[in-house]
Design a protein around this ligand. Structure first.
Ligand code: GAR
Length: 226
């Protein structure tokens, strides 16, 4: 697997980030990478929407961007194959899904098996899929949170690496919950990527391993005081 060197720094891991929207997770990762505190080199930010806010953010950070739209492809399989080819052209050691809102098929997932991370705004396995903040409020949950997991073919079902839990307050709205969850996202995603980049985190026989030991459960961060 290839590694990069950045301006006199030590070896860093080449990554490609996939986004669909605002790109705040991508920005958090890029800012840490720029300071050298996260040992990754973002070779490209790829987006499935030409007008996504995150694309402008990526460009303003000096990152290389590409757009690949579903409507230009005959079906999901064809799209995922083209997306996989585009990602592979940057030869990443890790693919980071940061708010990439498409369900990926085997054409993509098998190609980068064990090298795709995703962040999902819920305490998985609870609330897979969309509108997690709304569903948490409707269910009158006391706790909510965010999970980082390896991507498998099962939607939001891959093995979880790290989670952060926040308290749901009585006056919370979708917007207020989302803002607090995102604060946690920006820190735990970098943590998982850092472990992977330093070779501390791997997926072995379907199980996340940290420092060579199978993780019996995800690392759990209690941010209920946040
Ligand atoms: C984040 O909240 C992320 O957890 C969510 O999309 C948002 C992207 O925000 N991802 C999913 O729902 C994936 N199932 P961002 O564009 O500001 O990083």
């Amino acid at each position: 697997m290839m590694s990069d060197r950045v301006a006199g720094a030590s070896t860093v891991l080449p990554v490609v980030i996939l986004i669909s929207g605002r790109g705040s997770n991508m920005r958090a990762i890029a800012e840490r990478a720029a300071t050298g505190s996260l040992p990754v080199n973002i070779r490209a930010v790829i987006c499935d929407k030409a007008d996504a806010e995150g694309l402008a953010v990526a460009k303003s950070l000096g990152l290389q961007t590409r757009v690949i739209c579903a409507r230009d492809h005959a079906n999901r399989g064809a799209y995922d194959l083209a997306l996989a080819n585009l990602v592979a052209s940057f030869d990443p050691a890790l693919v980071v899904l940061a708010g990439f809102m498409r369900i990926l098929t085997a054409n993509f997932v098998d190609r980068f098996a064990g090298r795709i991370l995703n962040i999902h705004p819920s305490l998985l396995p609870k609330y897979r899929g969309l509108h997690t903040h709304r569903r948490v409020l409707e269910a009158k949950e006391c706790e909510h949170g965010v999970s980082v997991h390896f991507v498998t073919l099962e939607l939001d079902g891959g093995p979880v690496i790290i989670q952060s839990c926040i308290r749901v307050k009585p006056d919370d709205t979708e917007a207020s919950l989302s803002a607090r969850v995102q604060r946690q996202e920006h820190s735990i995603y970098s943590q998982a990527i850092d472990w992977f980049a330093r070779g501390r985190l791997t997926l072995l026989n379907g199980q996340p391993c940290l420092d060579g030991e199978p993780m019996s459960s995800p690392l759990f961060i209690d941010a209920r005081g946040d």
